[in-house]
Design a protein around this ligand. Structure first.
Ligand SMILES: Cc1ncc(COP(=O)(O)O)c(C=O)c1O
Length: 381
């Protein structure tokens, strides 16, 4: 039984429609700052590498997602005269769709798997969206979102990571870096470091690099142990879907069973290296980052930061002069939650096991119990 909440809180369709014509084509993301982190660059002083931060955590929806989602929502609203957007999400894509819908004057429904924190749900409702909780994993939520779209005539289904328009939107972050380079504000990156969930961000970055003529730039694609679907593709040399029980990462918005096929295909065409960090490292990276840079991000973003902080061998061996780190942001976070997770992981090793295998010892017992009793917490986006 689907329970739709808070319908009465939504603005009326009429008032929304009035807004629509005025705002239909607006660009919904911000050009974000690119700054050098002196604190992190200092860690690379032997090699003299500069570490640059592309601060997409500062997007109005809290993550890079609004770049692609904003573009896609604009497109479906404009071309298909869509009246109701619906998206399955682990939080950030949903927040972006809700934000886009509000700006475009369109109703939105976001289907989340169970277990997404109330604070995140509230942030989505605050944008005027209807929130439905369904299933234990993102795939369940996605099936319901598609069903609702079909049955209820919600004509704007938005996929959280697998759509060419999303990738085009995400690619703007590289175009902005390129513009900063042309303006003499930065140098050409030798390597881009980013987190990977379903792979939409990765495809967008690769497309952006290609667009600006930087296809030679290396990309370090970071996942956590327990969300290692791209890593597994490289291992198997083919597109691979993880077993549900192997998707154990606390970085919920990275925890997909598989990257989209285009991500795997693009990763083979470009200079992409797959790297894994542990959940603990991702959490610690968020805590260090907020102390050093005063920007709070979720562990999904902490994965990329962890690879830079711990100077993974795959990065160091490139002897990069300029490291571009994508600070993709995320709403699933708070200082107290990060501290709580950090405490849970305090007795665990910081090293990431290669090759990853499902090792319950890596996961704090409390989390393991939760996982086993809820079957799985696999979510994404
Ligand atoms: C904060 C954050 N970082 C990274 C990702 C990974 O993006 P993608 O699924 O496009 O690989 C997500 C996905 O939701 C996210 O929310």
């Amino acid at each position: 039984m689907i329970e739709i909440t808070q319908v009465e809180d939504l603005p009326s369709v009429q008032s929304l429609t009035l807004n629509l014509s005025a705002t239909k084509n607006q660009i919904l993301h911000l050009n974000t700052p690119l700054v050098e982190s002196l604190a992190i660059s200092k860690q690379y002083k032997e090699t003299g590498s500069k570490v640059w931060l592309k601060l997409d955590a500062l997007q109005p929806s809290g993550s890079f997602k609004i770049r692609g989602i904003g573009l896609l929502c604009n497109k479906v609203v404009k071309e298909k005269n869509v009246k109701h957007l619906i998206c399955s999400s682990g939080g950030n894509a949903g927040k972006s769709v809700a934000y886009a819908g509000k700006k475009l004057g369109i109703k939105t429904t976001i289907v989340l798997p169970k277990g997404i924190p109330q604070e995140v749900q509230e942030k989505i409702r605050d944008e005027g969206a209807i929130v439905i909780e369904h299933g234990n994993i993102w795939n369940d939520a996605d099936i319901l979102a598609r069903e609702i779209a079909d049955k209820e005539g919600f004509d704007g289904y938005i996929h959280p990571f697998d759509n060419p328009v999303l990738w085009e939107g995400h690619s703007t972050m590289i175009e902005e870096v390129y513009q900063d380079y042309l303006d003499g504000k930065t140098e050409k990156p030798d390597v881009v470091v980013c987190s990977v969930g379903g792979g939409g961000l990765l495809v967008g970055i690769l497309q952006g690099l290609e667009k600006v003529g930087w296809s030679d730039v290396n990309v370090i694609a970071v996942e956590t142990y327990g969300s290692h679907s791209l890593w597994k593709c490289f291992q198997n040399k083919q597109h691979t879907v993880l077993d549900v029980c192997d998707v154990t990462s606390v970085c919920k918005t990275l925890a997909t069973r598989s990257v989209c096929k285009d991500a795997w295909e693009a990763a083979q065409r470009f200079n992409v290296t797959s790297v894994l960090v542990s959940d603990k490292e991702a959490i610690e990276a968020c805590l260090t980052f907020v102390d050093q840079e005063r920007v709070l991000v979720e562990p999904a973003c902490g994965a990329a930061l962890a690879a830079v902080y711990k100077k993974v061998p795959e990065l160091v061996k490139l002897s990069p002069k300029n490291i571009l780190t994508i600070v993709c942001g995320g709403n699933n976070t708070s200082i107290s939650q990060l501290n709580h997770l950090s405490n849970l992981f305090s007795t665990h090793t910081t090293t990431c096991p290669y090759p990853p295998k499902h090792d319950p010892l890596e996961i704090p017992k409390t989390l393991l119990t939760t996982r086993l009793t809820t079957t799985t917490t696999t979510t994404t986006n």
